[in-house]
Design a protein around this ligand. Structure first.
Ligand code: AHG
Ligand code: MN
Ligand code: MN
Length: 334
């Protein structure tokens, strides 16, 4: 018991090693932790408190919102907008950037988040999560959209919280990836998974195969070769998973390796893929790279993309290095 390291202790100790990082960052992270603990509690209570089901409204991306999409978005905003640690926010569920109300001081960071990832799973009691990305912002300014449109490689910190059988936070500040499990009895995240690294040897892929007819040739080739198993060019059998929660897929890959694809999709030319760059692909990409994996569109490194829009979508291929490298090679050849 004595040597259990809490998330706060871990961050303060890590912060001491980082030049130019102040105590504000620890406080900001604590704000996010508080919000995620509230969300964890609500997710756990579920229909006991009537929070499941559809809200019968649409977000900016035309997706039908669940009640919990709206509730979790409000929790994040209300936990972060008054503390003085942020200059602004952005959320999957909000069209424009979210300003800090005039009466509150402004800090030097920007927070972007997907308050409830995998929300189609909420009504069937499967794992959902919260994803966040922290960017720096010039101090003392009222940020505009342009201030948010930073490349993923400039993130200060990225993380996600998984509301599964355990509630876990996975975090990187650019010095590896660490996993913390929420001890519900004392209300603290405890370091349980230090220095997470993605195993490179893998035979597991995750893709929504119902979209197969819309994929490009390189992805068709990769999946086809996996499906041929021992008798095919890969000479081994593959397993498949699809949880429909990015957070759950990424956690699985961090734990036992594998590859996840939400590739370019010919369904709708205005949507190159499904996942959103700024609050899904970038934070997850930062974590995957810090754990030794690769995160690509198939044609370029996700973290190198210069964003043009807060809610822009990108193809995402991530996971064990050798598998993603192979898929990128197929794109180059195609
Ligand atoms: P969100 O619930 O935040 O809109 O994200 C859902 C995403 C992602 O978590 C998951 O990988 C993917 O959508 C699932 O897509 P399908 O509906 O095609 O399975
Ligand atoms: Mn999401
Ligand atoms: Mn969401």
């Amino acid at each position: 018991m004595a040597n259990r390291i809490t998330l706060t202790q871990f961050i303060i100790e890590q912060q001491r090693e980082l030049p130019g990082v102040s105590g504000t960052f620890t406080l900001l992270l604590n704000d996010i932790v508080t919000a995620c603990k509230k969300i964890s509690h609500l997710v756990n209570q579920g229909d006991l408190i009537g929070v499941l089901g559809s809200a019968e409204s649409e977000n900016v991306q035309g997706e039908v919102q669940k009640k919990m999409d709206i509730i979790t978005n409000d929790i994040m905003i209300n936990a972060l907008n008054w503390t003085g640690h942020l200059a602004g926010m952005a959320s999957e569920e909000v069209d424009d950037i979210i300003k800090i109300p005039d009466q509150y001081p402004k800090g030097k960071y920007l927070a972007l988040f997907d308050p409830l990832d995998g929300s189609s799973n909420i009504d069937i009691n499967l794992t959902v999560g919260t994803i966040f990305s922290i960017l720096r912002c010039r101090e003392g300014i009222d940020p505009t959209l342009e201030d948010f449109l930073q490349k993923g490689c400039d993130q200060v910190c990225a993380g996600f919280v998984l509301y599964g059988p355990s509630t876990m936070m996975i975090l990187t500040t650019g010095h590896g990836v660490n996993g913390f499990t929420l001890d519900q009895d004392i209300g603290e995240f405890i370091l349980t998974h230090p220095n997470m690294t993605i195993p490179d040897e893998t035979s597991e892929f995750a893709i929504n195969i119902s979209n197969q007819r819309f994929w490009e040739a390189p992805v068709q080739q990769y999946i086809d070769e996996c499906l041929q198993g021992k008798e095919g060019p890969r000479g081994k059998n593959f397993n498949m998973r699809w949880v429909a929660s990015l957070v759950a897929e990424v956690y699985r890959i961090l734990t036992r390796g594998g590859v996840f694809l939400y590739p370019l999709d010919m369904r709708d030319p205005s949507k190159p893929g499904k996942l959103r760059l700024m609050y899904e692909a970038n934070p997850v990409g930062f974590i995957i790279e810090q754990a030794g994996g690769v995160c690509s569109t198939g044609r370029e490194r996700i973290l190198d993309i210069k964003p043009t829009d807060l809610h822009q979508r990108v193809p995402v291929i991530l996971g064990s290095k050798s598998e993603v490298d192979r898929i990128v090679k197929y794109h180059r050849q195609g």
